[in-house]
Design a protein around this ligand. Structure first.
Ligand SMILES: [Zn+2]
Ligand SMILES: [Zn+2]
Length: 323
């Protein structure tokens, strides 16, 4: 029997470029991705404008005006985007760490912000107070030449942080507060059985309570002198007066008029808070951007107060929120 004649394989001096099973380049090369990196530093600051009298400084900035200043443990999250390189990375993390240390944390850690960067030298006419949002913008401008920034979040405390998404003066400022309240989820026009079928335990007749965590995000232009998107103390006062004080330690269905006719789900409470705060935030010169209401560790509602309400969340804010 004659063996079949085998054709010689073609000569192939250069190995073919390997591809994944989907025919794409290996290691995800060229595919887009967003990465985040966290860094911390401690620094002090003082709010004091030389053009104002001592009395005016105290009236305007309260305890933040006290000599010689006070400090915070800042937490910075940097979001960066781009196509993956041949090693499967947007950037080599050691380069990211180096850039953040060299340009930001190494310069600011254990320093007084008012004196360390010329941006915050208030003797210069273009100097700004080192607020959270002004510091976030200054950090953006120092990191942007070195890293493909998409967004930057700076926490001054766990109840105050700023986001910047570019080199413009626009920033997002978020304050976090809390209140405790009871509610019952039931529609009065339905039977007990029907409410039970829809709302389950939440429809039990005497209600139940939650410790609500409330995040209020405003958007606006940073004032070139005060470094503020809006007067922070005034914003906190409005949130206290219009939401925390009237909602705290209440039975929402009976004590807050709006919920006499609207079932107080987390979604409806968040929407009502957005309605209550939109005009007062506008009076402060900013725009109410978002309300986030966390009802329990397992559920939260988010309302975008700007139009259009859904689908407007910038990709970079999304990355920062997950950090
Ligand atoms: Zn401070
Ligand atoms: Zn509930």
């Amino acid at each position: 029997m004659t063996p079949p004649v085998m054709a010689a394989p073609p000569a192939s001096p250069v190995p073919a470029t390997p591809t994944s099973c989907h025919g794409q380049p290996p290691h995800g090369q060229g595919r887009p991705c967003v990465i985040t990196r966290r860094a911390t530093f401690s620094a002090s600051h003082r709010y004091w404008l030389p053009e104002l009298s001592p009395e005016a400084n105290r009236a305007r900035f309260g305890a933040c005006s006290l000599e010689p200043g006070h400090g915070h443990n800042y937490e910075l999250t940097v979001a960066m985007g781009g196509g993956l390189d041949a090693d499967g990375m947007v950037l080599n993390l050691s380069e990211v760490k180096h850039a953040i240390r060299e340009q930001v944390t190494g310069q600011l850690d254990f320093r007084c912000l008012n004196g360390v960067w010329p941006e915050f030298d208030l003797q210069r006419p273009q100097g700004m107070l080192p607020t959270t949002e002004a510091l976030a913008l200054a950090i953006w401008r120092r990191l942007a030449p070195h890293l493909p920034l998409m967004g930057l979040r700076l926490h001054e405390t766990d109840t105050l942080w700023a986001d910047v998404l570019g080199d413009s003066m626009e920033a997002f400022l978020t304050i976090r507060t809390h209140f405790a309240a009871a509610h019952r989820l039931a529609r009065p026009e339905l039977s007990a059985e029907q409410n039970d079928a829809i709302y389950g335990k939440c429809a039990r007749p005497h209600g139940h309570g939650h410790n609500y965590l409330l995040e209020v995000t405003v958007r606006g232009a940073i004032d070139p002198r005060t470094g503020m998107v809006c007067d922070l103390a005034a914003l906190q006062q409005r949130v206290d007066d219009l939401v925390v004080e009237p909602f705290d330690h209440t039975f929402l269905n009976k004590d807050v008029a709006h919920f006499a006719t609207t079932v107080p789900t987390a979604e409806n409470i968040a929407l009502h808070i957005a309605d209550l705060l939109s005009a007062p935030v506008a009076e402060l010169g900013a725009t109410l951007h978002k309300i986030r209401l966390q009802e329990s560790p397992n559920n939260a509602a988010e309302v975008f107060a700007e139009v259009p309400q859904l689908g407007m969340r910038p990709q970079a804010l999304e990355a920062l929120a997950g950090a």
